[in-house]
Design a protein around this ligand. Structure first.
Ligand code: AMP
Ligand code: MG
Length: 420
């Protein structure tokens, strides 16, 4: 028995139920961008390792410079210069100052660095003309990282700052989760790959765009696509193709999962010993979605329509892939958006409408649909930067209503306006 007509939330919970991250491997830090950390990383060092200056200026005793003003400057004797990379053990006495650069260790006992802009100086003497830096501009040892502290937790997807932190604590080869290997099979007699584009020109076939878009979506989500090509609408050949998915961590098929006369995917999955645990979700696009297990791996049967395939991959395939890949935050974050046009639903299903986001004068995000929402119109997906989530009720949503949207990857999510 399979669960049918679940809500999106129920289907999502079902798909992720029992999914655990794959095994681990080590990668060179330079190749770790986008990978998911599999173990907490603990620092063997304290950072900064020593008290150091956050300014170019003069290391002084606060007590010496308090009350300094342009009209009543304080004069100190310059006894040394310390650059970043030098050591400094020599104590500095009262009435003395040390020329110091940003990042250089502050001498013992020093509690202030007066910025150079507040001074006038020669080799031997410095005149302090303001006391606003008394007690300031020292970065204390350990204020960033303490030895033994966890600096990045397991389950974190590594971005540029994480790579920087890992390098600063000496982690040259982080332990990350293996990338999920994802088998992708398209089904349909009408489909060809790009090398047979002549057939498309001759109007006999269409390109299996799902083969390409899903491969890209898998890569974008951190998976390794394994292309199984196109299976015709014939159970024996479909089974043959699908056998090549054995050993993959996730199996994604597109098409043939509905109720058409030549929709064989569900039947073939079960003939190969697989199970179907979920079929159909109360959403549009994408209602005829199948999910189960095959060859010991999760199988997700996406609908064939190009938009439905991408939207259902986005909602169920991507979180599944990312959970396998170790992410503890596999879902996209929905953001509030104000609708700039009315929306009419033709069925009481949760709708995921292709939309463009823009910033309103009030600084909040606004959404406009990208045009016709037919699930065969892939261009309306390519011109969208988010999916507008419209609940099943009410059927009419007025302009000005605040709904939620799921921003998608890519350039369109950017803006031509600087943030500040
Ligand atoms: P199906 O889910 O097999 O009934 O297919 C639904 C619609 O999606 C049909 O119009 C198919 O031609 C189209 N379709 C199915 N698979 C693909 C694919 N791989 N690439 C592009 N269109 C597809
Ligand atoms: Mg088909």
């Amino acid at each position: 028995m399979s669960l049918t007509r679940l809500s999106v939330a129920e289907a999502s919970a079902h798909v992720l139920d029992g999914i655990v991250p794959l095994g681990t491997e080590t990668v060179a830090l330079r190749d770790a961008l986008g990978r998911v950390l599999a173990r907490d990383v603990v620092s063997p060092v304290t950072l900064p390792p020593w008290d150091n200056s956050s300014m170019d200026g003069f290391a002084v005793h606060a007590a010496d410079v308090r009350g300094a003003r342009r009209a009543t400057p304080v004069r100190l004797r310059v006894v040394a210069t310390i650059a970043a990379g030098m050591q400094s053990d020599r104590p500095v006495g009262r009435g003395e100052a040390v020329r110091i650069m940003t990042g250089a260790p502050v001498p013992p006992g020093i509690d202030s660095v007066v910025r150079v802009e507040d001074t006038a100086f020669t080799e031997e003497r410095v005149e302090i003309r303001d006391d606003r830096d008394a007690g300031a501009n020292i970065r204390r040892a350990g204020e960033d990282v303490r030895e033994g502290a966890t600096v990045i937790g397991a389950g974190t997807t590594l971005m540029a700052a994480h790579i920087g932190v890992l390098s600063s604590v000496g982690c040259a080869e982080p332990i990350v989760h293996r990338r999920p290997r994802v088998a992708i099979l398209a089904t349909g007699d009408e489909l060809v790959t790009l090398d047979a584009f002549d057939e498309v020109r001759a109007r006999r076939r269409i390109v299996s765009s799902n083969s390409y878009s899903l491969e890209a979506a898998v890569r974008a989500a951190g998976g390794e696509p394994v292309s199984l090509g196109i299976a015709p609408d014939d159970p024996a050949q479909l089974a043959d193709r699908l056998r090549a998915a054995e050993g993959c961590d996730l199996i994604v098929t597109s098409g043939g999962v509905s109720v058409g006369d030549f929709d064989y995917t569900r039947r073939v999955v079960s003939e190969l010993g697989g199970t179907l645990s979920l079929w159909r979700v109360r959403m549009r696009p994408g209602a005829p979605l199948g999910f189960g297990r095959l060859f010991g791996a999760p199988w997700i049967g996406l609908p064939g329509n190009p938009v439905s395939a991408l939207v259902t991959f986005e909602l169920f395939g991507r979180p599944l892939l990312r959970t396998l890949g170790g992410s503890r935050r596999p879902h996209r974050r929905a953001v509030p958006v104000t609708l700039d046009e009315p929306v009419e639903l033709r069925a009481p299903l949760t709708h995921f409408l292709r939309c463009r986001l823009s910033e309103g004068a009030d600084g909040t995000l606004h959404a406009r649909l990208t045009g016709m929402q037919s699930s065969g119109m892939l261009t309306s997906m390519s011109s969208a930067d988010a999916l507008l989530v419209v609940p099943p009720e009410p059927a009419s949503v007025e302009s000005g209503t605040v709904l939620r949207a799921l921003p998608l990857d890519g350039d369109l999510g950017g803006t031509d306006r600087p943030p500040a």
